[in-house]
Design a protein around this ligand. Structure first.
Ligand SMILES: [Fe+2]
Ligand SMILES: [Fe+2]
Length: 355
């Protein structure tokens, strides 16, 4: 709850720092502003002012321009960089208008020309503090809005993820493949996408979409899907339809996550040389997420036991796969897969198949 407490800017006491090498000018501004109820501190030089600024926060600085040591303009540049929320008013000599304009370009809130009328100082201070207050309020609003948008986007992503995983679970309910296999494929794919430099949104999408690669198996008859002996050619043709069935389930969506899931479901059995199924697409014509999943699906199937064979040791599995680099697998993505293998092994440890 403590994070929600926001102090209204008007309730914050504005502290003002007055900088001038002339003690008379310092004093006259100090007394004038104190009489108006402001809390003020003075400094005789830019160096002394920077020391004070490093110790406490000031809402406003009123600084002379011509001073021994660092000039007011130099001080202004430093303050804009280090303390962007501090407003600055410059005080300048009559013949110094060009410098005053430069100060405004550097981000000063205003300037007062010597000799000044004290009312002018008070009006400039009120204006500068009001402008600062408005700027802080709008900055705070922007930050809050950005935070809210981020939170809502995350909530939507969580919802999408849950719906997709439950859809996948419906399929796993009758499939010989396990839920942990699907989960692992998603996580592995995330690692490869990261290695390939994909953006965080698309990485998140492939993590979820890849889990659904075999969702079309829900439409394959049990006697074929659950068969533990080898399949006839005819039966294998039916198994192949899980790609087009999956694509049909996921087609026509405006949600980019489901569009990617559609591409993966349809093309994860395509091969780089065009000898895969269902469309015989080759090379770049196969969507990249599907090219990623095709490598990971083979890897994960080989290194885990299946009802019809024991698990194959990883070194042997990798040798078998290496032979298919450039024919079955996209060679560039295969290299990325090899590069992230240590992370993939971690995921395997985390998400083991149930015995
Ligand atoms: Fe498949
Ligand atoms: Fe699979």
């Amino acid at each position: 709850m403590a994070d929600d407490i926001v102090i209204a800017p008007s309730l914050v006491i504005d502290k003002i720092l007055i900088i001038d090498d002339d003690p008379f000018v310092r004093d006259i501004i100090l007394k004038c502003l104190q009489a108006e109820g402001y809390v003020c501190t003075t400094a005789p030089s830019a160096e002394a002012a920077l020391e004070l600024l490093s110790q406490e926060d000031f809402s406003l600085i009123i600084s002379d321009i011509m001073m021994p040591g660092k000039s007011g303009i130099e001080l202004l540049s430093i303050v804009r960089e280090r303390y962007p929320d501090t407003a600055v008013i410059m005080v300048t000599a009559v013949d110094d208008r060009a410098t005053a304009v430069k100060a405004l370009h550097l981000g000063a809130y205003g300037y007062v020309i010597k000799p000044f009328d004290l009312n002018e100082i008070v009006i400039s201070v009120v204006n500068a503090l009001e402008r600062r207050r408005l700027s802080l309020t709008s900055k705070e609003y922007e930050v809050r809005l950005e935070h809210e948008v981020k939170e809502r986007t995350e909530a939507i992503r969580h919802r999408e993820e849950e719906i997709c995983l439950r859809l996948t679970a419906a399929c796993e309910y009758r499939d010989i493949e396990t839920g942990t296999h699907n989960r692992r494929i998603g996580l592995y794919a995330f690692m490869i996408a990261d290695h390939l430099g994909w953006g965080s949104q698309i990485m998140d999408e492939i993590r979820i979409a890849a889990c659904m690669h075999d969702i079309g198996k829900i439409g394959v008859p049990d006697n074929i899907l659950l068969k533990t002996s080898s399949l006839t050619d005819e039966e294998f043709e039916i198994i192949k339809t899980h790609t087009t069935i999956g694509a049909k389930i996921l087609s026509g969506s405006e949600i980019s996550l489901l569009q990617m899931a559609h591409d993966i479901a349809l093309s994860h059995h395509e091969k780089w040389d065009g000898t895969g199924y269902p469309e015989g697409r080759a090379g770049e014509a196969i969507p990249p997420p599907a090219r990623i999943v095709s490598i990971l699906d083979v890897y994960d199937a080989l290194v885990h036991k299946r009802v019809y064979r024991p698990a194959i040791p990883e070194d042997i599995a990798l040798k078998m796969m290496e032979k298919d680099k450039g024919t079955h697998f996209d060679p560039h993505i295969f290299d990325a897969f090899i590069a992230v293998l240590p992370k993939i092994r971690q995921i395997r440890i985390q998400f083991r198949d149930e015995e």
